[in-house]
Design a protein around this ligand. Structure first.
Ligand code: PLP
Length: 361
């Protein structure tokens, strides 16, 4: 075992993909694999998702999409956020679908299409209220008109608060999305529609349309309080590299923030904040070691943490689970997120680090 290891359970991922695709039987499924598959490895995740019923892939940028093509992945891929000087011609030549939010963006794609001698496949993005990317409704007819001499595969949008079930913004965005669709229809187009992220896949079947775009739920993390049988895909583990017994009154780690009240066995675990353990978890986290949860005591260091084990004899080399799917009683990424005031998305994306070995089962 490496010092720090992320184990990615591709059978859990396939289970999640099949579950999500089954919730939207009339739609196709785009597996969102941006940010290296939310820290799980984009290529491996993409392959497993396609095996399990996804037919599309979603990347953030053209380089992310090209990384999938370079591994021989042929499925349609949408890339939605490039810098203005990105080599779009390479993306078009590789058959990457592109998102368009503005006339200037359309012109860049047209120039690249000429350079690559390729026909662009466009997904026109309407801003229905997130106010991030996307074309505002007042500019939409002009954009649709200008794009309509190309292949317009889809119109699409992204929801701001789909994880807040019943939030009125969801219906407002849905209404604006439909208005944009009617404009496209009136200009003679018959595009696919897609707007549903994981939360909407799980809670808003009326928004599934032709294609769903789940991200986090593929990885088994549920952004809404529903009881769907999603299985967390990532386990973060390490192993004990040293054990010792300290006498009562001795303290542990920088700042000596924790002091043993009685003689205590300690296990040294060689993973720290440089490996993805948030330092903010100092004094607040537990790990699963030799059959039970045990507290990490003292501060989380760059490369290591110390676990208090009472009188239990711990063997060097014993496996330490930092987070996993929780079914064995170990902490979860969601628990870490709650303890540190973030979302589990950030925890798993943060595991994409050269120091952390990733393995697949
Ligand atoms: C990240 C992303 C998704 C997936 O969102 P989840 O909440 O992870 O399901 C879908 N669409 C777009 C445009 C995204 O950027």
């Amino acid at each position: 075992m490496a010092r720090s290891e992320v184990v990615v359970d591709l059978s859990a991922l396939r289970h999640n993909v099949a579950l999500l695709a089954g919730l939207a039987p009339a739609a196709e499924t785009m597996a969102v694999v941006k940010a290296d598959g939310y820290g799980h490895g984009a290529v491996e995740v993409a392959r497993a998702a396609l095996e399990a019923g996804a037919t599309w892939l979603g990347s953030c940028s053209t380089p992310e999409a090209l990384a999938l093509r370079a591994q021989g992945i042929q499925a349609p891929i949408l890339a939605w956020l490039d810098s203005p000087d990105e080599d779009l011609a390479a993306g078009l030549a590789a058959g990457v679908d592109m998102s368009v939010s503005s006339l200037s963006g359309l012109r860049r794609i047209e120039a690249a299409a000429e350079e690559a001698d390729a026909r662009p496949r466009l997904h026109l993005k309407i801003d229905t209220g997130l106010s991030r990317g996307g074309c505002l409704p007042r500019d939409w007819p002009e954009l649709v008109e200008a794009a309509s001499r190309h292949e317009v595969v889809a119109i699409w949008s992204h929801l701001a608060s789909a994880d807040d079930i019943g939030d009125p913004s969801i219906d407002l965005q849905a209404k604006r999305f439909d208005d944009a669709y009617q404009v496209a229809r009136s200009l003679g187009l018959d595009p696919m529609r897609h707007i549903a992220n994981s939360a909407a896949v799980l809670t808003r079947p009326d928004l599934h349309f032709d294609l769903i775009r789940p991200g986090i739920a593929l990885y088994g993390l549920n952004p809404v309080p529903t009881d769907h049988d999603l299985r967390p895909v990532m386990t973060f583990r390490s192993q004990v590299v040293g054990v010792k017994r300290i006498p009562a009154g001795e303290s542990v780690s920088y700042g000596m923030t924790w002091t043993a009240r009685r003689d205590t066995n300690l296990a040294l675990v060689p993973t720290g904040y440089a490996d993805g353990v948030p330092r903010a978890l100092s004094g607040r986290m537990e790990v699963f070691l030799e059959g039970r949860r045990r507290p990490v005591v003292g501060r989380v260091c760059m490369d290591q943490v110390v676990v208090a084990c009472g009188d239990d004899e711990i063997a060097e080399g014993a496996e330490v689970v930092l987070f996993g799917d929780g079914r064995g009683g170990e902490p979860t990424a969601t628990e870490w997120a709650e303890l540190t005031g973030t979302i589990d998305y950030e925890i798993v994306c943060g595991m994409y680090r050269p120091r952390v070995r990733r393995i697949y089962t």
